[in-house]
Design a protein around this ligand. Structure first.
Ligand code: PGA
Length: 257
């Protein structure tokens, strides 16, 4: 049945298939709202990308209606490109500022992201890793890449990895080319929280929509936990909610019969 938790393959992983992307975004926003309204100083981990676009819109709407208060909240981004330049509109810190933070009155100092333009990238990775670990993110929103990546942890990433500089897979650069003037403008490198860093968050909420994600979703949820499918690392976490539309769920046991 659409819209209800269909099954729990293990006690900690809940999969919900919603009828469309708007309902899915609403359910994700419900989870964010429930977390933020029951936590004194919410520490919210956010992803960027197409899967979370409607969630951002929904959060802005709720904030305008007074249902959500970002005043005491802090936001932590999963990743960002290396070398784009601090004012580039596709820098994830700028994307989240433009699409969400500025509309919900979040103090810009409370929006945290790895700085892909830092002079010493190794030092920046260790600074951001320490910050995220010390801050104890309560709820982490995640997408899944077509190749099974989680944040910018591409296939081959160690399951115990920490924040570091990574090389983007060609399929990731191709998928993200739609946000740049041309495919050659997509950076080759990024800083990403590692798979172990991400698993430190209290609750993981994974969003995936569209048929292009169906294979990766099946592998991540039903396959073995493996570096080949970094998103399979969510199976190691004690509390995970996966929100899918029917197309993304189609190849799983949660999809339409
Ligand atoms: P998307 O990306 O939401 O733009 O599909 C998800 C991801 O790459 O993690």
């Amino acid at each position: 049945m659409v819209g209800k938790p269909l099954s729990k393959p293990s006690s900690h992983l809940e999969v919900i298939v919603e009828r469309d992307v708007f309902t899915l975004a609403r359910t994700a926003a419900d989870l964010v709202q429930a977390y933020m309204s029951t936590t004194g100083e919410p520490r919210l981990g956010l992803a960027t990308g197409g899967s979370v676009a409607d969630l951002y819109r929904n959060l802005v709407l709720r904030s305008r209606k007074g249902w959500l208060d970002f005043g005491g909240a802090r936001i932590f981004l999963l990743d960002d490109y290396v070398g784009l330049g601090r004012s580039h509109p596709q820098r994830y810190a700028n994307v989240v500022m433009t699409r969400l933070a500025r509309h919900v009155d979040l103090d810009p100092h409370r929006l945290h992201a790895p700085d892909g333009d830092a002079g010493d990238l190794a030092e920046e990775c260790s600074r951001y890793e320490d910050l995220v670990c010390r801050s104890e993110v309560g709820l982490q929103i995640l997408g899944i890449g077509r190749n099974g990546h989680l944040a910018f942890n591409e296939p081959g990433s160690c399951l115990e990895s920490r924040t570091r500089v990574v090389e983007l897979a060609e399929v990731t650069r191709a998928d993200n080319a739609r946000y740049f003037p041309g495919p050659e403008d997509v950076p080759f490198l990024a800083i990403t929280q590692g798979l172990a860093t991400i698993r430190q968050a209290g609750h993981l909420v994974v969003l995936a929509t569209g048929s292009s994600k169906a294979r990766a979703v099946r592998a991540a949820l039903q396959g073995p936990v493996t570096s080949d499918i970094p998103a399979s690392a969510v199976q190691l976490h004690p509390r995970v909610t996966v929100l899918l539309d029917p197309s993304a769920a189609a190849l799983t046991r949660f999809g339409p019969a």
